[in-house]
Write a protein that binds this ligand. Structure first.
Ligand code: MG
Ligand code: ZN
Length: 536
């Protein structure tokens, strides 16, 4: 539904009393929806691109429009169609007292409508548990669902169905999420749901191996003997581990499809047409959740997360990030198709923050040749810009990246010692990315002999802005990103998050969705979600 300006103006005139009530300041939520308008939204679907700042959207949109052989073939992405059809604003994601947020705090603010603190799950800034939009939906008799391509207990989904002082308490979060009786839970992270005894590879290990289909690494992160899968079944859940088991299943369902995170975007796109594929895609999980939840006559709340856009950002891995964006866009497409013609559903699409300080950037690498142009201004001079403004063919090249930097890094580690040299690494980077990296550049990715990590392996360092590269696991990927940067026309500002405002877009009844127009904060958006689902 395309909303015309005239229609919007007419609407504002008809509903003038709330025009002032919609004004927002600071962190206080000042939204008041008129009583007769309350609780008439049957279904709420929240789509979160983790780490999907405006620059990540730009990567997807630029690829779709400008890549010479874009898979979108001139068609707009689902996110663009969504934004065209809906109301759009920006939102500030900051936590209590600080500027930059993490995913736990950000999701908590979206889930609860309260300002929260860094790395907290489902509690306000003082640390008190507060009701989430999912819990409120349950109180209103609605069905609920959580879908993510990371781990079910990871920060974003956790913030909707758990209350913990810290996001790292994933074993405790699993227990809470199960107690919460969310109807549809589909993600990765089996390692937090199986008892510690599985690590002994005894009978339970064998049984799980049989049941899961053998594609999941079966080691537990639990410190206790609780078998949450068994507890889930005793509570009536269907527990599934692969695509085949998911397809026919009914609600309530607990689907855990991987040991930790699910397939990354590159693997995901390579595997899509493989009939042997065990993991469902984000889109397949989303469609299944919609099928099951929409059967509830009271309506539903569903959160779907594209969670690995963030992981690609932390790794400064642009090829993977493009594929993560496409993966998320496919899930958005599924939801958009389901919801676009409905008047009882609001779909809200946003991010929790930006990751990586990413962007295309012009440079001095390979300066352009001069060429003639037919226009009058160039009658007597060549068109020869002073800098490399980045050829659009780069977008196609980025799409063809065949492995994530993480996977390339693991492959480097697996090489025999005598092959772990700059020539070999340069050859691998060229093979997997198509960019002609030199051995002198690739040397930067290998370890420095005087810097040993805890396994006594030489460890390469980042020397500028090094305080912003806080994850040792990502370091090798970050270095690969830096070496490829000039070829890709891409720069990265950080290995963590930035505080840029993120987009927030909504489709559904415009008298409600228009409240997100302009500049918001995430607690305000969360507060709106709760009012829409029928808050008191
Ligand atoms: Mg997340
Ligand atoms: Zn992150």
């Amino acid at each position: 539904m395309k909303i015309t300006t005239a229609f919007l103006i007419a609407l504002v005139m008809l509903t003038s009393p709330i025009a002032t009530a919609g004004f927002k300041t600071g962190f206080e939520s000042e939204f008041e929806i008129e009583p007769d308008k309350k609780a008439h939204i049957k279904n709420i679907i929240l789509l979160i691109g983790d780490g999907m700042g405006p620059q990540q959207l730009g990567l997807l949109f630029s690829y779709a429009r400008f890549a010479p052989d874009s898979i979108y073939k001139g068609q707009p992405t689902a996110i663009e169609r969504f934004m065209e059809a809906g109301i759009n604003g920006l939102s500030l994601t900051s936590p209590a007292e600080k500027i930059v947020t993490d995913s736990a705090c950000s999701a908590t603010q979206l889930a609860t409508g309260f300002v929260s603190g860094s790395e907290m799950i489902g509690v306000n800034a003082d640390g008190d548990p507060v009701e989430t939009v999912l819990e409120l939906a349950q109180r209103r008799g609605k069905a609920t669902g959580l879908v993510s391509d990371t781990r079910l207990t990871h920060a974003t989904p956790a913030a909707f169905a758990a209350h913990q002082p810290h996001r790292s308490l994933e074993n405790e979060i699993a227990v809470e999420m199960l107690q919460q009786r969310v109807d549809v839970m589909l993600s990765g992270g089996l390692r937090h749901w199986i008892p510690a005894e599985v690590n002994d590879k005894g009978p339970l290990y064998q049984e799980l191996k049989q049941r899961s289909g053998g594609h999941i690494r079966l080691t537990s992160k639990r410190k206790d003997s609780r078998n949450l899968l068994q507890e889930a079944q005793a509570a009536g859940y269907h527990v599934v581990f692969n695509r085949e088991q998911l397809a026919p299943v009914n609600s309530p369902v607990l689907g855990l499809f991987s040991h930790s995170g699910m397939a990354n975007g590159i693997t995901d796109s390579q595997q899509q047409d493989n009939p042997e594929r065990k993991e469902p895609t984000l889109k397949e999980m989303t469609l299944k959740a919609l099928e099951l939840l929409s059967a509830d006559p009271d309506g539903f709340f569903l959160m779907v997360e594209g969670g690995q856009i963030d992981w690609a950002g932390h790794d400064n891995d642009v090829g993977r990030m493009l594929h993560e964006m496409i993966k998320f866009d496919e899930a958005v497409a599924a939801v958009y198709t389901w919801a676009a013609q409905r008047d009882d559903t609001i779909v809200l699409l946003t991010a929790d923050h930006e990751t990586g300080g990413f962007g295309f950037s012009y440079s001095s690498h390979q300066l352009p040749e001069g060429r003639t142009l037919p226009g009058k201004a160039f009658n007597d001079r060549l068109f020869k810009p002073r800098f490399n403004f980045i050829d659009r063919s780069i977008l196609s090249q980025i799409y063809t990246q065949a492995k994530s930097y993480e996977a390339i890094g693991k492959e480097i580690d697996k090489l025999p010692k005598d092959q772990q040299n700059a020539e070999k690494v340069a050859e691998m980077l060229h093979r997997y990315t198509g960019f002609p990296v030199l051995a002198t550049e690739a040397a930067y990715i290998l370890g420095e002999p005087n810097k040993l990590d805890k396994h006594d392996k030489p460890r390469a360092q980042i020397h500028d802005f090094k305080e912003f590269y806080v994850y040792p696991k990502s370091l090798r990927s970050n270095l690969i990103g830096r070496v490829l940067a000039k070829y890709q026309g891409v720069t990265w500002g950080t290995g963590t998050h930035t505080a840029t405002p993120v987009t927030v877009s909504a489709i559904g009844p415009v008298d409600q969705t228009r409240l997100i127009n302009g500049i918001n904060t995430h607690p305000e958006i969360g507060s709106l979600l709760k009012q829409w689902i029928g808050g008191d």
